[in-house]
Design a binder for this molecule. Structure first.
Ligand code: MET
Ligand SMILES: [Zn+2]
Length: 323
């Protein structure tokens, strides 16, 4: 049995993923208004990165995702860092998550009634669009000049460094188009990556990837790869998730992960988040129960969800909570 199947079984059929990482870093006072977004904290505020991991573990996360979503080698080089420094920061993101997991697990074992599972650490890899930080992360339009080879070259070194840093999983997050899914599958093979991966797409309409391409076409590509252990969606409004799980179940036998955003919408003019009206009177955790029933085996939250969201999800999925 693979590491993911084992965790899902230990968690009673559905494992809990953590919540918004950048969101919680900001809540702890970090400034993420930066081209490197949350990865900027790896440089100067690494204690906060570890603190966020700890908070999600306490809330009941069975999987924590490293702070490397927007950490890229070219991004760090543009900051004036050397290649060695850039690669070290990538390793640091995995190390901080592993340290948090190990410390938390040690303290849990000392308690008389253990209520947690030993969590897995997933090394986060954001899309090429997340690196560009030009909106293509959510449009999936990388322009006419982009090719599969260019995408592979963009992802290659970071993937090698993160996989070598000892995570339990690689988490490709919010992948917006089919070409990038194809590039990732080819790269996992070419580099013979031994760490199991998950590949999650993002969607703005609940029916397609952000690019407008079909889930079915992309899942066909992922189904063909033994290196991909889990498929799913993240950073997508919660009201679309149940329908997406139904569609995924028709197209794949792989384990399905869903970790939507809170459903809040950013009002750029007023510079504030508008409430998640899409949830109606349903709460995020009540929906999580339905996602489990629909067939998801890993459930958590993305942007604007917090440790209290994950505590509620853990409670509703497992009938218990850390506190
Ligand atoms: C835009 S999706 C961001 C995913 C990343 N793991 C985070 O929670 O910050
Ligand atoms: Zn997100």
């Amino acid at each position: 049995m693979g590491a993911v199947e084992e965790l899902v079984a230990r968690a009673g059929g559905c494992a809990v993923i953590d919540g918004g990482f950048a969101t919680q870093l900001e809540a702890l006072g970090a400034d993420i208004n930066d081209p490197l977004w949350s990865a900027a904290c790896l440089i100067a505020r690494s204690h906060l990165v570890k603190e966020v991991h700890m908070q999600y573990l306490e809330a009941g996360a069975d999987v924590i995702i490293s702070s490397s979503y927007q950490a890229t080698i070219p991004g760090f080089l543009a900051r004036g860092m050397s290649l060695d420094e850039a690669e070290d920061l990538l390793r640091t993101s995995v190390k901080l998550a592993l340290e948090a997991r190990d410390e938390f697990w040690k303290s849990t074992l000392r308690k008389s009634k253990p209520i947690y599972n030993r969590a897995l650490v997933a090394a986060s890899i954001g899309s090429y669009g997340a690196y560009l930080a030009d909106g293509s992360e959510y449009s999936g339009s990388y322009g006419a000049d982009i090719t599969i080879e260019k995408l592979k070259d963009f992802h290659r070194r970071r993937l090698q460094v993160l996989a070598g840093a000892g995570p339990d999983l690689i988490a490709f997050e919010a992948i917006p188009n089919k070409m990038e899914a194809q590039a990732l599958v080819e790269l996992l093979d070419e580099e013979n990556i031994q760490v199991p991966s998950w590949i999650c797409f993002s969607s703005v309409d609940g029916k397609h990837l952000c690019s407008g391409e079909s889930f079915a076409d992309c899942l066909q590509i992922l189904n063909a790869s033994e290196k991909v252990a889990v498929v799913g969606v993240n950073c997508t409004p919660p009201q679309f998730i149940e329908g997406i799980i139904g569609e995924f179940r028709k197209q794949t036998k792989k384990a399905i992960a869903v970790y939507p955003n809170s459903g809040e919408v950013w009002d750029g003019r007023a510079k504030r988040w508008l409430p998640a009206e899409c949830l109606g009177h349903k709460s995020f955790d009540a929906l999580a129960k339905r996602w489990q029933e629909a067939g998801a085996s890993l459930i958590g939250g993305c942007c604007r969800t917090t440790p209290s969201t994950i505590r509620a999800v853990s409670k509703v999925l497992k009938g218990r909570t850390g506190h």
